[in-house]
Design a protein around this ligand. Structure first.
Ligand code: ASP
Length: 611
């Protein structure tokens, strides 16, 4: 019954997502000869041993059935008056839900078969039963559709993990990481671990800090990513590095973000952007094929500027159209002041949207006016089946004018054109949100369809009006495009970087860049980011020093594993793909963390709490 590890992996990979739970590949050992998911007619007459949890018990008096569950499935156990000793029948009767049992018995054919489960044709006539451990009544049902709310499920996460939907997502995640390792190792990448206790830097998000007991008044920080370490590995000649690694960011949590999350972190030396796109595009295509069974030749590419122009977003979902049509030229000729004064007038065509009632359109207008979206209003144009138009601003525009709008937004008869206007950046963002919302409502975001996209040539810097200074859009180690360093002084926001994102179905699943690899350029960059030479040296001196010892040209990328796995699994939420996630306030409610520490511990760490 022993199976070589290689075979286990090979088998697992061939199977479609969620449907394979490795039934039948445990080694026979003391507790069980088989799993609860593998017995079928071919085992009839065999003597077997199973171990697992009581899913359900049905007591008909003269016969007792127990559904025994383990990770691999459910097998029906039977005890009856005719064939089982009385004491055994009594013992079976006492087993409650989630009791842990070990049984031996004979595999027999079932009288009434259950075609819905793989073991549905057989049952095990038990001859020996051991209660390995009783159980309290679980606080929610361990069923696919449970009666437990989110909070309760998180508090008893170990019980939640017994449920198929959670268990299968964890197994699915393991398959994805296995494929990542397989692909990257096959390409000659070396998995190297980098430290978790590092130095805090103010750039980027807020750090989680860890007080040092042995160095009074000093703190480590948990890494937001292994960025500088992977670059140092390149200086160290490691050439092709990856790591599946926890990263930590102390941000105010938005929905479905975790303070600790996992990256597939990668770096390569002696590469240009094209090499990175090919290698990690290759990884993405490999995952789509191995995990989702989807074959794709290549990943389309689009520049950042084009993505913003066509979709109002640097992570466009290209599974559906509704591309932006810019209307300034055709909408700013007349008397409509709102449009004439706007920096940008831009619209999208909603397929079949002419069927929307006035009430539905008003509701959409209210939707874009919500503070989360922030539009001031919305103009609509109905494209009638007879080729005529009817708009909310009919008195300002002729049928010929509106025909041009239809042309620019790609609207056909039967569609609805929705138009927003205002400051260009904000208006594009608002229309992008509307586009995504409509696609959701129209069912255009099919989770079984996959549309990866490289977005290239990101701006190097982005202006932050709050702090009144430029920030690195990716991070301070990103190189400007060749020949653009000079532009940093004259027109910082025009500088483009060899920085790229990998987008999947409208989500950023990876991002990276070609890095600066010489000290002088890195110093110039820090200066532009508002670091004094002293600050730059204090925070990143080690990296700039390293650059003086023959740093090779290098670049890399990091994928967000949690999100990637969720999307490949066709799901919106990352939470169930994480074994022990934190809630929206960053708490682990099962272990009750974070929690106070006692005074002795505080003293030892040289910390005092403010009264
Ligand atoms: N370290 C970067 C990040 O966490 C990714 C990269 O540039 O490779 O976003």
């Amino acid at each position: 019954m022993q199976i070589k590890e290689g075979e286990v992996y090979a088998n697992a990979c061939k199977l479609p997502p969620f449907h394979r739970t490795f039934a039948g590949i445990i080694q026979a050992h003391m507790y069980r000869s088989h799993t609860c998911g593998e017995l079928n007619e071919s085992h009839i007459g065999k003597h077997v041993q199973l171990a697992g949890w009581v899913q359900k018990l049905r007591d008909k008096g003269f016969v007792v059935w127990i559904d025994l569950r383990d990770r691999y499935g459910i097998t029906q156990l039977v005890f009856d008056q005719e064939r089982s000793p009385k004491a055994l029948l009594e013992k079976a009767r006492e087993a409650g839900r989630e009791f842990v049992l070990q049984v031996s018995g004979e595999v027999i054919e079932r009288a009434s078969k259950n075609p819905r489960i793989p073991t549905g044709n057989i049952e095990v006539l038990v001859t020996e039963l051991t209660v390995l451990n009783p159980s309290l009544v679980p606080p929610f049902t361990i069923e696919d559709q449970t009666d437990g709310g989110e909070e309760l499920r998180m508090k008893y996460r170990y019980l939640d993990i017994r449920r198929n939907p959670v268990k299968e997502k964890l197994i699915f995640r393991s398959r994805v990481t296995m494929e990542v390792r397989k692909y990257l190792s096959g390409q000659g990448f070396v998995e190297v671990e980098t430290p978790y206790l590092i130095k805090s830097t103010p750039e980027g998000a807020r750090d989680f800090v860890v007080p040092s007991r042995m160095n009074e008044g000093q703190f480590y920080a948990l890494p937001q990513s292994p960025q500088t370490f992977k670059q140092l590995l390149m200086v160290g000649g490691m050439d092709k590095y990856f790591q599946i690694v926890k990263c930590f960011r102390d941000e105010d949590l938005r929905a479905d973000r975790q303070p600790e999350f996992t990256q597939i972190d990668c770096e390569m030396a002696f590469v240009e952007q094209e090499d990175i796109l090919n290698t990690f595009g290759g990884l993405t295509l490999h995952l789509l094929e191995a995990i989702c069974g989807i074959q794709m030749e290549s990943i389309p590419r689009m520049t950042y500027d084009e993505a913003i122009r066509r979709y109002g977003s640097d992570k466009p979902d290209i599974r559906f159209g509704m591309e932006f049509g810019e209307l300034n030229e055709v909408a700013q000729q007349g008397e409509f002041r709102v449009f004439n004064e706007a920096e940008l007038v831009v619209g999208i065509a909603v397929p079949g949207g002419n069927s929307y009632s006035r009430k539905e359109i008003d509701a959409l207008t209210d939707w874009v006016k919500r503070p989360q979206v922030g539009a001031r209003g919305m103009v609509y144009v109905r494209c009638n089946e007879d080729g005529s138009f009817k708009s909310s601003i009919d008195k300002f525009y002729s049928q010929e004018d509106l025909a041009k709008w239809a042309d620019r937004t790609g609207a056909s008869n039967g569609d609805l054109i929705l138009v927003l206007s205002g400051e260009a950046g904000a208006t594009r963002t608002q229309l992008s949100m509307l586009r995504m919302e409509l696609a959701e409502r129209l069912g255009l975001r099919n989770p079984e369809e996959f549309a990866p996209l490289w977005v290239l040539d990101f701006p190097l810097l982005e202006f932050d009006p709050e702090t009144n200074r430029y920030h690195a859009m990716h991070h301070p180690f990103t190189a400007p495009k060749p020949g653009q360093l000079e532009l940093l002084d004259s027109d910082p926001s025009a500088v483009r970087a060899n920085a790229y994102d990998l987008v999947l179905n409208g989500n950023e699943i990876g991002g990276g860049s070609i890095r600066i690899h010489d000290r002088d350029t890195q110093e110039v960059m820090f200066r532009h980011l508002g670091f004094s030479p002293e600050e730059a040296r204090q925070q990143f001196g080690f990296l700039m020093d390293a650059f003086q010892y023959g740093a090779p040209p290098h670049g890399g990328i990091a994928f967000g594993l949690d999100r990637l796995v969720a999307i490949l699994g066709g799901q919106e939420s990352i939470r169930d793909f994480i074994a022990f996630p934190k809630n929206n306030s960053g708490r682990d409610i099962m272990i009750d963390a974070p929690a106070p520490i006692d005074n002795d511990q505080l003293d030892e760490l040289h910390l005092k709490l403010k009264k």
